[in-house]
Ligand binder design. Structure first.
Ligand code: F3S
Length: 297
């Protein structure tokens, strides 16, 4: 009997993550050159939210540190979420070599936040205030400029005549529009920069379609990856036979029992080798003559 696997075309690394991993690989490849003999290579926080990819980088010599205080020499890679202005200044003060892998879309949001505040606008940042990316965007707002990160704060704002809006790159368009509506009610002048990156929306759209067609749906990626967990939630709402797994090692026969069509998607931080490994594992498990593998959309 023929089995088929449908893979979401956008499954896996987005542009910014691909770029960050390439930068980290290149930095690790150069080893000690430029950093002094024995100089460590560190990333400030895990480069991406994928434990297996981080482990591979660790094997190549890239050590994860959580705070600037832990860094005293060598090279430090700034991950795609970016870093706060104060952390960057602290790193510069230590004289370490900074390798910047901030996603250019995040840099754009930081620049808009800074320019708006310099031009006298209050800044509304749409996103999770505890997320490193949002912290980095907020850090670029000039001191003294009003900052709002919730609709309630916007609604309660006093004495503000003009406000500018930027969004965390992974926010939904609907949430951005809810903030725009609240700001329009409150401020006479509102400027909006749509800094949402469509990588997240694209993965979600494709996965939604795929989950509806598949007998069983697999979402691959780190349990610590918010965008992967969200993909799994979306798929599960459509197809209750949805499994979020990190690697093919978690595949069990009962997961695919009676299924002929498997849908596969993966978060923006899931490497291609994890997807390839999963397909091999699935072929092994199905033990059938033919498996058709095709891309969805
Ligand atoms: Fe950049 Fe968008 Fe990925 S902002 S890191 S390309 S999700």
């Amino acid at each position: 009997m023929t089995k088929s696997v449908l893979i979401a075309r956008s499954a896996g690394f987005c542009f910014g993550v691909k770029r960050a991993i390439a930068i980290a690989d290149e930095t690790a490849g150069k080893g000690e050159a430029g950093g002094g003999k024995g100089a460590p290579i560190q990333s400030l926080g895990p480069i991406i939210h994928n434990p297996q990819a981080v482990e591979r980088l660790q094997e190549k010599g890239v050590r994860v540190v959580e705070t600037v205080d832990e860094i005293s020499c060598g090279k430090v890679i700034i991950r795609s979420h970016g870093v706060t202005r104060s952390d960057r200044a602290a790193l510069e003060g230590k004289g370490v070599m900074i390798v910047d892998a901030t996603c250019p879309f995040v840099t754009k949001a930081q620049e808009h936040a800074r320019t708006l505040s310099r031009d006298g606008y209050a800044v509304v940042v749409v996103g999770d205030p505890n997320h490193p990316e949002v912290k980095s965007i907020i850090s670029y707002i000039e001191k003294g400029a009003p900052v709002f990160t919730s609709i309630a704060e916007v609604a309660a704002a006093k004495g503000v005549r003009k406000a500018g809006i930027v969004a965390q790159t992974t926010q939904s368009f609907d949430n951005l529009m809810a903030f725009v509506a609240a700001a329009m009610k409150r401020f006479p002048e509102v400027r909006v920069f749509n800094t949402i990156c469509n990588a997240t929306a694209l993965r979600q759209q494709e996965s939604t379609g795929l989950a509806g067609m598949a007998d069983v749906m697999f979402v691959l990626g780190g349990y610590n990856s918010a965008n992967t967990r969200r993909l799994a939630e979306i798929c599960k709402a459509i197809n209750p036979r949805t499994h979020h797994i990190e690697t093919e090692g978690e595949l069990t026969p009962s997961m695919v029992e009676g299924a002929s069509v498997a849908g596969v998607t993966a978060g923006a931080s899931t490497p291609q080798w994890i997807i390839d490994g999963f397909l091999e594992g699935l072929k092994e498990l199905w033990k059938c003559d033919t498996i058709e593998v095709s891309f969805y959309r």
